[in-house]
Design a protein around this ligand. Structure first.
Ligand code: FE
Ligand code: FE
Ligand code: MG
Length: 166
């Protein structure tokens, strides 16, 4: 373990590790929700939606990568079993049981809004206490804000198209 690296963290490291593991579970669930959503989604604008869902899936995986790297650096044990994901998640998992584009978009917008709230809290918590984690969380939060905007823009296009057809 990087002892000096760990010792400069000015907060309870175990508490921080718990929060990072919860976020790691969120990222895996978000990854799968996007990945499986891209496979099953149906309806108008499907191609544009699939492209965005697939891109977001890969970006959620990158977030998992960043979090696991920091957890290990701090001497923690990353969540080792998928069984744990739904137990420790902040944002949960919405199965795309209704594959219609607007429903899938709404589910993922809700997920991003939850992620933004979670990372914004983590950002405030680490700002003074742990600049290394802060920097990682800031990168992730920047992506989540972009994700929300991308999905909302697609949803607006979808709603406009429906409106015009009336
Ligand atoms: Fe993410
Ligand atoms: Fe995201
Ligand atoms: Mg995007």
């Amino acid at each position: 373990m990087a002892e000096i690296g760990r010792s400069i963290v000015r907060m309870d490291v175990e508490e921080l590790l718990t929060l990072l593991n919860k976020a790691l579970a969120d990222e895996w669930l978000a990854y799968y929700q996007y990945w499986i959503g891209a496979k099953v989604v149906k309806g108008p604008m499907k191609d544009a939606v699939i492209a965005e869902l697939e891109l977001h899936a890969t970006e959620e995986l990158t977030h998992a990568q960043l979090l696991v790297g920091r957890i290990i650096q701090l001497g923690g044990t990353p969540v080792l079993s998928p069984n744990e994901w739904t137990k420790i998640t902040n944002c949960g998992y919405d199965a795309p049981e209704d594959p219609f584009v607007s429903v899938v978009l709404d589910q993922n917008i809700k997920g991003e809004q939850c992620a933004i709230r979670v990372y914004n809290k983590l950002l405030a918590l680490t700002r003074e206490a742990d600049p290394i984690t802060y920097n990682i969380i800031l990168q992730i939060l920047t992506d989540e804000v972009e994700h929300e905007e991308d999905l909302v823009a697609l949803k607006e296009d979808f709603d406009l198209m429906i409106e015009r057809r009336k």
